[in-house]
Write a protein that binds this ligand. Structure first.
Ligand code: FAD
Length: 446
């Protein structure tokens, strides 16, 4: 699309999934975009990530190139089952010996139907590699670490300053700089606890394992289908990330503190995981036996204790993890960032451009209103996700799973798990687009 004369110049900070999806969406709409990423290269870890049908629909609306990247990155249905194209999320008992006759038996607890191709899973690194290819040349600027934003009333442009001493101007800044967002700290101030992520007292261990090895460890059926194994103080999730690899994550409770100045990942080992899963069922322990001996121990931080009070200030706004970093137990953090992007792309540049033309306001002023609208539309839902992720993790990891007398009580959690999952999957993105346009127009008196 050719650039319209009144389309704004937007600076995006951060080139993770959300920043790149935003760059793809805005450039497709003719907006002049500069994306600044602190790293030398785009990097995602080799682990799995999943997106619901609803999120893939949002990607399609933002830019079909994003879905193209997802598919060329090798995405698969979370249930690799040639006889049934539907995606199911399966919850099973992961703890203890469950049948004297068959040590591999695990009791099914809940099967959630996400519809035809309702969950697509992919290797993060492969998706990101292909997503970068969808961004037009000249947009991405690597090794640019944001240090300061100057957004002064009365000045035509916002100024971004980088640690290498350079600076650039833009009509507005959208920050997708992740859970440790510099921009969030600049907006809220160093003394505000919401400027910093908080430890959720869970650690994760992740591995990618060849499918043929997994089949021998847990059986063919489970290998080809996503399963969440629940039990006391831990859970294990695995799913195919392409046609020959399984992504597996074990999440373990950790009563200790994790200071913010400590690296988020520290060295761990398979032995640590096996110790945490002592007395768990045989398939779970067999699968963990296939993890590499040396593993990263990922501390899971989020923004649950001190939610960000407002996602925008002046001509700057926060999206994705920078605004609402969540623990990963719904598998929806990036998906909610994609919804944020759709909300912004609904207004920029069409609604903002119309406002500029009709009222002769500056592009910056039109974007201020767009960011106010974005905050209004997105904050409640995204902060619900942060809370709900912690809640479902508590349900998956109830200590009661270990107590035969309390097993029935523990199992009663699944109606709640279902309701919370549906709240994510059955989101009406068309209604969000309508609400966004209506609210924007009301705010500018149209
Ligand atoms: P990030 O990916 O963190 O990107 C931020 C970028 O900003 C980085 O590239 C960083 O280098 C850059 N940056 C930071 N500071 C600066 C600066 N000052 N200047 C310039 N650049 C800067 N979500 C799902 O939707 N589905 C799932 O299945 C799923 N599974 C998950 C499993 C686990 C174990 C975890 C931990 C998370 C999971 N998530 C999932 C959540 C998802 O990973 C995140 O929500 C998502 O990656 C956040 O993307 P982002 O672009 O907002 O931030």
């Amino acid at each position: 699309m050719t650039r319209l004369p009144d389309t704004p110049e937007i600076a995006i900070v951060g080139g993770g999934i959300v920043g790149l999806v935003l760059a793809a969406g805005l450039t497709r709409r003719g907006v002049q975009v500069k994306l600044f990423e602190q790293a030398r290269n785009f990097r995602e870890i080799g682990a799995g990530i999943g997106f619901t049908r609803n999120t893939v629909n949002c990607m399609e609306k933002i830019s079909p190139g994003i879905v193209r990247a997802l598919r060329s990155g090798g995405s698969v249905n979370v249930s690799l089952d040639e006889t049934d194209p539907k995606s199911y999320l399966r919850y099973i008992n992961g703890y203890g010996l469950q049948s004297e006759d068959d040590p591999m038996y695990q009791k099914p607890l809940l099967r959630l139907d996400a519809g035809v191709k309702g969950w697509e899973t992919v290797r993060r690194d492969q998706f990101l590699d292909d997503l970068v290819k969808e961004i037009p040349e000249g947009v991405i600027h690597l090794q640019k670490k944001l240090s300061m934003i100057v957004d002064e009333e009365g000045q035509d442009k916002v100024v971004l300053q980088f640690t290498d001493g350079t600076s650039v101007e833009a009509d507005a800044v959208i920050a997708a700089d992740g859970i440790k967002s510099t921009t969030r700290k600049l907006l809220l101030g160093e003394d505000n606890p919401a400027s910093y992520p908080q430890y959720s007292h869970k650690v994760a261990y992740r591995a990618l394992i060849p499918m043929d090895k997994v089949a021998a460890a847990i059986g063919e059926y489970k290998t080809h289908k996503q399963h969440m194994h629940v039990g006391p103080n831990a859970h294990l999730i695995h799913y195919p990330v392409n046609t020959n690899t399984i992504g597996a994550t074990v999440v373990v409770s950790d009563p200790n503190d994790w200071p913010l100045d400590k690296p988020t990942t520290t060295p761990g080992s398979r032995k640590d995981v096996l110790e945490a899963l002592e007395n768990w069922s045989l398939p779970v322990r067999n699968l963990v036996d296939l993890f590499p001996e040396q593993l990263d121990r990922w501390a899971l931080f989020d923004l649950a204790e001190y939610p960000v009070p407002k996602y925008n200030k002046g001509r700057v706004c926060l999206v994705g993890d920078a605004a609402h970093a969540s623990s990963p137990h719904h598998g929806a953090g990036a998906s909610f960032g994609v919804e944020d992007v759709l909300c912004l792309c609904t207004m920029i540049p069409e609604q903002t451009g119309q406002f500029v033309r009709e009222r002769e306001v500056s592009k910056g002023d039109a974007l201020r209103v767009a960011f106010e609208t974005y905050n209004k539309i997105r904050r409640t839902r995204t902060q619900w996700l942060v809370n709900s992720s912690r809640r479902v993790c508590d349900l998956f990891q109830q200590p009661d799973w270990a107590d035969p007398a309390k097993r029935v009580k523990a199992e009663s959690c699944f109606e709640e798990v279902k309701d919370r999952s549906f709240q994510i999957w059955h989101f009406d993105s068309s209604k969000m687009e309508e609400d966004t346009i209506r609210d924007y127009r009301e705010s500018v008196g149209r």
